[in-house]
Design a protein around this ligand. Structure first.
Ligand code: NAD
Length: 353
């Protein structure tokens, strides 16, 4: 048996995913058991070969368990994380780590006191579409970005189960919003967010937001529009990034897309006459001549999500720093707090986060 032995709290959709993923792909972490408040979920865990702990105390009392993954509805993340840390376990918490920044600060104080690690499962930092954007921007081939659009547009309308309830920390901002905010803030780690504006609509839910647009401005001059919908039958590209020397589009999760950059040798000249387009006369918005641009494929990237848990294991063994750092999660949650405040006030807000 490996030295790293995991207990899962909340054996629903994501709890079972963590079990399967670790068993198949990260053999150095042994998944020993699970606790859930539902008898059915405990039976499912047992049928999948796990010890089903009937109570939290039974899980805390198992000396083999040194790591806990929390995969319950969002409102339980804070109390369960604190209890696990106090029981001497290291903690991986599902996203959104908490409902607000103050709750996360409370967890981090206990992590500090107990000397146990605390991290968040921000798995979408390993999504291929995100890595393609990160790689392309890092290569410098399209210059510095100034507008980054990061969108996930579904069409199933309502939100499933507890995700529709405010008390459980439901809603799109806390669900997919957290992923897209984590991506954009990982992309721009050191320039503060200086203003936010949130449009949170509740089209098919009564308690929480379900179709949302978030606008962020960073001090370095980058603006980012994040959008999540549940009623969009014709989605916009997953990523649309405008930079000084070109434009990048990633259409979808499959990473179809392209980069267009400006050719140095093919400088554009302005026509003396106005240009007649299908939508009438214009010079400014007429299509740029093709000879002034160069099409490039999106960069090839290798992504390996096992890096996430392997890093947690390395950090537990004192051999690495956590990749998903608590202070990064706190920065995201502080922006989330501002976004909710912006939506409530109905206008944008200045900040420095
Ligand atoms: P789910 O409803 O499928 O499962 C939640 C489970 O938690 C249920 O079995 C429920 O009985 C159990 N539970 C509820 N309260 C509990 C408690 N106090 N103690 C122990 N068990 C409890 O939900 P899900 O889709 O698996 O989501 C769980 C978490 O995972 C959420 O925080 C969600 O945001 C997150 N999630 C993350 C991703 C990702 O890609 N990182 C994807 C989906 C969900």
């Amino acid at each position: 048996m490996t030295d790293i032995c995991l207990g899962i709290i909340g054996y629903g959709g994501m709890g079972a995913w963590h079990h399967k993923f670790l068993t198949e792909s990260v053999p150095r972490i042994h998944v020993k058991g699970a606790h859930d408040v539902r008898g059915e979920a405990l039976e499912k865990a047992e049928a999948a070969g796990l010890i089903a702990y009937p109570s939290l105390d039974a899980l805390w009392a198992d000396p083999d368990i040194n790591l806990v993954t929390i995969a319950t509805p969002n409102d339980y993340h804070k109390p369960l994380s604190i209890a696990a840390l106090q029981a001497g376990k290291h903690v991986v918490c599902e996203k959104p780590v908490t409902l607000n920044a103050a709750e996360l600060e409370d967890i981090l104080a206990v992590s500090e006191e107990t000397g146990r690690l605390f991290t968040v499962h921000q798995n979408r930092r390993w999504d291929k579409d995100y890595r393609v954007v990160r790689e392309a921007l890092g290569s410098g081939v399209i210059g510095e970005p100034y507008f980054i659009e990061n969108k996930v547009q579904g069409s199933r309308r309502s939100l499933h189960g507890w995700r529709g309830h405010k008390q459980n920390g439901g809603g799109m901002l806390l669900d997919w919003g957290i992923h897209l905010l984590d991506q954009i803030m990982d992309l721009i780690p050191s320039s503060p967010v200086v203003s936010v504006c949130a449009h949170l609509l509740s089209l098919y839910t009564t308690e929480v937001d379900d179709n949302i647009k978030l606008l962020l401005r960073f001090e370095n001059g980058v603006s980012s529009l994040l959008e999540m919908s549940t009623n969009c039958l014709i989605p916009a590209p997953r990523w649309h990034v405008q930079c000084g020397q070109g434009t990048l589009v990633v259409e979808n999760w499959e990473c179809d897309g392209k980069i267009l950059t400006l050719r140095e040798e093919g400088e554009m000249t302005w026509e003396d006459d106005i240009i007649y387009t299908a939508a009438g006369p214009t010079r400014t918005m007429a299509r740029r001549p093709a000879y002034t641009m160069k099409e490039r494929p999106l960069p090839e990237v290798a992504v390996d999500l096992t890096e996430y848990y392997n890093n947690v294991a390395d950090a537990m063994e004192g051999r690495a720093e956590l990749i998903v750092k608590p202070e990064q999660a706190l920065r995201v949650m502080r922006v989330v707090d501002m976004l909710f405040a912006s939506a409530e006030k109905g206008h944008g807000l200045a900040c420095r986060i």
